[in-house]
Design a protein around this ligand. Sequence first.
Ligand SMILES: C[S@@+](CC[C@H](N)C(=O)[O-])C[C@H]1O[C@@H](n2cnc3c(N)ncnc32)[C@H](O)[C@@H]1O
Length: 205
Amino acid sequence: MDVEFVEQSIDLPTGPLRVLQLRESAELPDVGDVEWAPVAPYWSVLWRSGVALARELDRVDLGGLRLVELGCGLALPSVAAARAGATVLATDACQEALTVAERNARLNDVVIETATVDWASPDVLVERGRFDAALAADVLYERQSVHPLIQLLPRLAREAWIADPGRPAAEVFLEQAADRWTIETQVRGVIRIHHLTPVPASRSA
Ligand SMILES: C[S@@+](CC[C@H](N)C(=O)[O-])C[C@H]1O[C@@H](n2cnc3c(N)ncnc32)[C@H](O)[C@@H]1O
């Protein structure tokens, strides 16, 4: 095994998920409900939101669905969704994250596709055609991400699952998203999972 990486095992309802993580990130102290990891690349941290969204998706039959994950980092939700039967495209602005995401998929005997995508210039992703759902875990930690994601999601997918630990930018995002999506929120410990679906035609008319 590569000394740069450590393997973690994450309990999901249908069985453990194996995850490779940079050793330097695995050794960070885990304190506070809302995590910050200023000394490690963000993609390399096992964020609670990614774990919670993977657990959530593990409970759902995703057979036949085509999903995209934004800001995937280690890509736990993508790997769990692929294990639940979905065809998954995992994306991140950081190529290094995608290399590890692919390794994580192989470690769990599933296949995911990956692509380098920045939310600020997503046309190449939108051109792939609409997905059944978009996934995103802990991507709303900066106010500047709200606008590109509010613009992108409706172009990208029919619905979205967004996991968040209660970051202020996520509140701003949800206020704006409520104009065009119905939002159902499940609380899973310190993480909230927001399921965005289109508002019924009668409400949007
Ligand atoms: C806090 S980490 C969360 C990673 C993963 N979703 C999880 O929950 O473990 C944020 C991720 O978003 C990615 N990211 C940040 N800004 C981005 C952008 N403008 N476009 C695409 N990805 C971005 C980072 O590279 C990082 O992987």
